[in-house]
Structure formats: C-alpha cells, structure tokens
Design a binder for this molecule. Structure first.
Ligand code: 5GP
Ligand code: MG
Ligand code: MG
Length: 192
C-alpha cells in the first residue's frame, strides 16, 4: 500500500503555503465548542451545517459540544463557478425539519462578501426561530459587501483563496486536513 504522504502529495503540490495548521484548527474548534456549550446550556441548539464546505468543521465542532443538541443540513449553490461568489443563491437541499422556536446556529465554512450568509440569515429568520446565530470558521472581511454579524469566528484571514478542511476549488482539496492558499498555477489550471 502506498503511504498516506505519497497519496496526498499531488494535492500538496498545488498549495502555495499553509495558512492554518491542523493542530491550530483543532485547538480553535475545541474552544468554539466549549463556548457554545456554555452559552447554549439548556437551550438544545440546532446546528445547521451548510453543505458541503462546512462538513469537516461541523463534525469536529459537534464533537467539542457537550450539551444536548441536534443537527440539520442545507445545501446551497452560489451561481458562478471559480473563486468568486455572485450572491445569487439557490437552495439545493432544504432543512429536513421546521426551525420555529428552535435556537439555531448556522455553521458555515467561510464568509467573504457576505452575500451568501445574508441570504441564509434572511431565509432562516423568516421561519421564526427562537434565536439565530452564526458560527463561521473563516472570516475573510476585506471584500465584505453586506454587513453581517458573526457570533462565533474561528479565524480572520486575509483576502486570499483558501482550500482544505472542507473548502474546495472545483470540488477538490476538501480532504486536506489543514487550510492552505492555492497556488496561482492550480487556480489557472481550473481543476485537477
Ligand atoms: P460570500 O457569499 O460571502 O462571498 O462567499 C461565501 C461562499 O463563497 C463560501 O461559502 C464559499 O463557498 C465561497 N468562498 C469564498 N471565499 C472562499 C475561499 O477563499 N475559498 C473557498 N474554497 N471558497 C470560498
Ligand atoms: Mg459555504
Ligand atoms: Mg465552493
């Protein structure tokens, strides 16, 4: 069997630099889980994971949450491929259950312009939850177009296109255990 390192190397070659190491992410996600557990004690929060980017973050976050809680998923697609989001959002998969009177926490991978999150907040707010908060792993605020309040933030990052730990480029790189900056060559190549 080939070693894991050898398996991963074709992906690693496309990474210009590592922005957030695996251990650093793990530590921060633990902190967020503990904070949420403290603040939502007795509230039985509902985590709404936004597919697919938030899947790795959500699964690690859930393991760091020690209070009763439930999970649901939404899948959305921002029109426009490549590295820019257009803000025109389409729901590919809606929640399985109503959220009325639930304490909802949206779990997102990254907020850039804020267009996607603004849409999600308006959409979920109209379903009358008891409360609605946002937990985002990465805040990339330099290009923010709409003001959105982020209740829990993993890391603030510079305006670079990042991949790994759930985040993709043309659906690849989600399986990298760290967050890295994609090399311009890999961006130009378009997809693997
Ligand atoms: P926004 O609508 O805030 O501009 O963008 C949100 C969505 O765009 C994210 O959920 C993510 O899918 C995508 N996105 C924004 N910046 C990045 C980035 O640096 N890397 C990756 N992989 N996706 C990004
Ligand atoms: Mg996302
Ligand atoms: Mg994407």
């Amino acid at each position: 069997m080939r070693s894991l390192e050898a398996e991963a190397s074709p992906l690693l070659g496309d990474i210009e630099s590592v922005l957030l190491e695996e251990a650093r992410i793990r530590q921060r996600v633990q902190e967020l889980g503990h904070q949420i557990s403290h603040e939502y004690k007795d509230l039985d929060p509902l985590f709404v994971g936004i597919l697919k980017g938030a899947v790795l973050f959500l699964s690690d976050l859930l393991r760091a949450v020690s209070i009763p809680s439930t999970v649901d998923f939404m899948a959305i697609s921002s029109y426009g491929a490549g590295t820019k989001s257009s803000g025109v959002v389409r729901i590919l998969k809606d929640l399985d259950h109503p959220i009325a009177d639930r304490h909802v926490i949206i779990v997102e991978d990254i907020v850039d312009t804020g267009l996607t999150l603004r849409y999600l907040l308006d959409n979920l707010q109209s379903r009358k939850p008891a409360s609605l908060r946002v937990c985002v792993l990465l805040d990339k605020s330099e290009q923010r177009q709409l003001p959105v309040h982020l209740d829990y933030v993993g890391f603030s990052i510079p305006n670079r296109f990042v991949v790994g730990y759930g985040l993709d480029y043309a659906e690849h790189y989600r399986n990298l255990p760290f967050i890295g900056i994609l090399s311009p060559e890999a961006v130009q190549r378009g997809s693997r």
